[in-house]
Design a protein around this ligand. Sequence first.
Ligand code: SF4
Ligand code: SF4
Length: 452
Amino acid sequence: MEAAPQVENAPPAFHILAKPAGATCNLDCTYCFFLSKEMLYPGSRFRMADELLEKYIQQLIESHRVPEVTIAWQGGEPTLMGLDFFKRSIEYQNKHKKPGMRILNTIQTNGVLLDDEWAAFFKENEFLVGISIDGPREMHDAYRVDKGGAPTFDRVIKGLSYLQKHEVDFNVLTTVHAANGDHPVEVYRCLRDEVGAEFIQFIPIIERGTPETLPVANKGWSDTLEGRPLYINDGSMVTVRSIGAEQYGKFLIGVFNEWVRHDVGQVYVQIFDVSLGSWVGAPPALCIFSPTCGNALAMEHNGDVYSCDHFVEPDYLLGNIEETHMIELVASDKQRQFGKDKLETLPQYCLDCDVRFACHGGCPKNRFIETPDGEPGLNYLCAGYKAFFHHIDRPMKIMSDLLRQNRPPAEIMIILEKEEEARLEEAFSKTRRNEPCPCGSGKKFKQCHGRS
Ligand code: SF4
Ligand code: SF4
């Protein structure tokens, strides 16, 4: 096996989302910014060629100087490539893998094409499957529709059932938007109780636009592909489907309140896990909450590498792995600067912020509003992030203390329950017979906890 070129400043490991079917998808989710990326490659069939597949895997393995490599498949919809493509990818992984190296495959899918054969393959090859579900049926179906505009919830749940039958590891990716943003507990309980998710990731939908693109965006990007503007991170207006900043904060707080009382140690919600890391002083495990970024790139079906999945646009094209080895693109000055910009463009308002240690200004793609004193570059979600990080401060401190004492963070559930009992006892002692019961039942105290 050839060695990777020796490149100065190359990170020992990085993440690259491969899009073997480009932006093509069998669904037509109305908020999907990626569908318009087809316009970057007019006339393309959007299928990664076999030689490129091997080159991609070889270069990815050569580029890593750690014993574990993650191969991340994404789209569009990667299952459109067919199962044989992924079987060949395993052959190439086995052919090029270094001795002692562990390879983890992850795939993000809408779940619609999954069946027994796919699920058996995932199980056999230890894939971690991410499946997109936006909560209960009506909230999921608000925007996650097929090419004919038909709902998809039932088909996704059917696809998921194959994963469960074959005991495939899966996590759920839930986008948070105008249709589900006011229903945190319903969404969370659906994922936990009906879907059976143990790993949940929330992604806020923020579709930026300008006065020129927004009228189109508000109708839905997808009237026709031709009518769809090429989505680039531009403009400071958002579509009606987008989540509001305060709304996102309330959503996270709503889910957190349910989780911290019932599910710590049982259900892993990515943003809570990453936040706990920040509170204990560990390096942030998620690029958006790290001081700098640049180690999470994206590769198109033809080998073009872009700075990030959220910046697959002409200005952020780094090169093509057919011409330049992947590690040279990853370590290029352009990409290193992309990562440093996250820190260097932070407005003073963020530099002075008391929750900066957990937030670090969020993802640059969402930094398109002004600070209260008029400086550009503040994150659109700032108000929501501030509210959320302030809200979780005390419970995070409790869990951090538990960890420092080598006790499980899940003990917080007992601590909070005892506090609640004490609070109620005190409230009961001060409540008159005809006043509402402090337990929140809506009954009079004398007909509820004051009945004795
Ligand atoms: S631009 Fe955003 S999503 Fe991309 S690597 Fe940076 S923080 Fe992560
Ligand atoms: S909460 Fe707002 S001000 Fe604070 S770091 Fe995050 S984006 Fe900046």
